[in-house]
Design a protein around this ligand. Structure first.
Ligand code: HEM
Length: 219
């Protein structure tokens, strides 16, 4: 019974991200093909081909990464179909390599709606995502299972981070009608959210991973 818990949690996670995955991928496609990208979303501009394309590609790759990462971690896939797990692992790495730099290019050219503070934390997020994807692959090739597991855990958290960000906003607006938040993303809630969608989750995971490593060492 207890063995089924990770599978159920990962499936629930993947299922819950589905709306955001569809939203992000379709926004990315619309941003790429639209004659007037500025009318699609405030994140696109009429005169910024490179920034628009980078952001659109990052939305499309990020969408696949968001749902792909929890599915990739499913125990049944890892144990029963290791060859599929291996191949899709490289695909996810490729998606992270498009998602992170796509966001970086946009930040460098246009910045973010929330200014330097938001740009800084989004850039750190992108760096962490690329780092975690590279470390996950590296330790898989190195056949270091505990480290591969640890980095894969961090990667799943970062991969679903953009969805967590929207969930935080949805819940907060539902509860408080947007207290401490505004359309320029300069309210106290907005300024905390730029890191609160991944840093606390990574810290909780760290406690769990350290306990797991200690238990393994004792055994
Ligand atoms: C992991 C999967 C990711 C997905 C699915 C995703 C998806 C999205 C979507 C849908 C938007 C448009 C927001 C809106 O509707 O207003 C967006 C904006 C943005 N994303 Fe991502 N993203 C991901 C990861 C990242 C990463 C790693 C970075 C950092 C390098 C990043 C940087 C940005 C930036 C700079 C914007 C524009 C922010 C603004 O000015 O409003 N994203 N993303």
């Amino acid at each position: 019974m207890r063995a089924a818990v990770p599978t159920v949690l990962l499936l629930l996670l993947a299922l819950n991200t589905a709306w955001f995955v569809v939203y992000s991928a379709s926004l990315g496609v619309q941003g790429l093909v639209a004659d007037a990208p500025g009318t699609v979303s405030r994140v696109f501009f009429e005169d910024a081909l490179v920034a628009n394309a980078a952001l659109a590609l990052h939305m499309f790759a990020g969408a696949l990464l968001t749902i792909g990462a929890p599915l990739q971690a499913l125990p049944i896939l890892r144990r029963r179909w290791p060859a599929v797990h291996r191949r899709s692992g490289y695909v996810l790495f490729g998606l992270a390599i498009v998602t992170g730099p796509g966001g970086f290019v946009y930040i460098l050219i246009k910045g973010t709606v929330g200014g330097w503070w938001m740009s800084l934390w989004f850039a750190i997020y992108g760096g962490a995502l690329i780092w975690a994807a590279a470390a996950t692959i590296y330790h898989a090739i190195d056949k270091n299972r505990p480290q591969h597991f640890a980095w894969a855990t961090r990667l799943v958290i970062l991969a679903v981070g953009s969805w967590i960000y929207r969930m935080h906003y949805g819940i907060w607006y539902g509860l408080t009608d947007g207290l401490g938040s505004n359309s320029a993303f300069t309210g106290p809630f907005d300024q905390i959210q730029v890191f609160a969608f991944y840093v606390p989750y990574l810290l909780v995971a760290e406690v769990f991973l350290r306990r797991r490593l200690r238990r393994r060492a004792l055994r």
